[in-house]
Design a protein around this ligand. Sequence first.
Ligand SMILES: [Ca+2]
Length: 273
Amino acid sequence: MAQNRKIMLSIVVVCLIIGAWLTYSTFYASLRKPHPPSVIEWYETSRQPISSLWGQGVAFDGVYWYFSGRQYLCKTYLNYSIIIENYDPIPQELRKQGYHHIGDIDYFEGVIYAPVEDYGYKNGTFILYFAENLTYAGKYVKTSQSHMPWCAIDPKTQLIYSSEFDNVSSLYVYDLKKDFSRLKDLPLSQTLHRVQGGAVHDDSLYLSCDDFGEHIYIVDIKTGKVLDSFATNIGWEMEGVTVYKFENASLGMLHFIDHKRNIYHYSFKEAAG
Ligand SMILES: [Ca+2]
């Protein structure tokens, strides 16, 4: 009997110790402040006035800027002085069909990809231009998109991303390697409004939206998850965006334009959340 009582006592003591330890560790964990996660804080590094013709899109190839207007393309030096302009970029054949509005362009391997809308918003169309001289490259691809405000190419995968303009709950993904065939729709983790521009950098898609606060959204291009966003509060219509990390701190990494007024350069720092 005494032996049994000893065993029971030992079990009770062990249980009490485990219980006390669990209570203590839970209590201690609740007392400890969670480690503040580092968050990215975006800030404006500089801005420059732009030509009133450059109010739709922007791209950068590592050396030159490219700007688009509704029916206009332009290539400039880093200081925005003009190298070449095209005042009549939409091929006659497409103009006759009502194509009149170039959106936010992108650059990839010597070619400018322009997303172009028609009056009836029937078939948003990619039109390709030689980046060297901004002449029509002899290729366009119609899609079943209604609006086509922007396009952005992931140079790693050669996938081209685009979307409708408003109430955007998913992205369209086309494959350049398969002659722009529509590969899939990528659902977003949140619905975005008035999407005006896009650019891919390091597996992230940067979207510029003319929503309340003129936000930039950063999307994981593999999952569609909105990873981060911030309000620019520029107070003017948000337009195209491009991403290129400059050594020059005043140029930063993220670059976007408003409607015919400025180009803005942003950089980021890690801040305690
Ligand atoms: Ca762009």
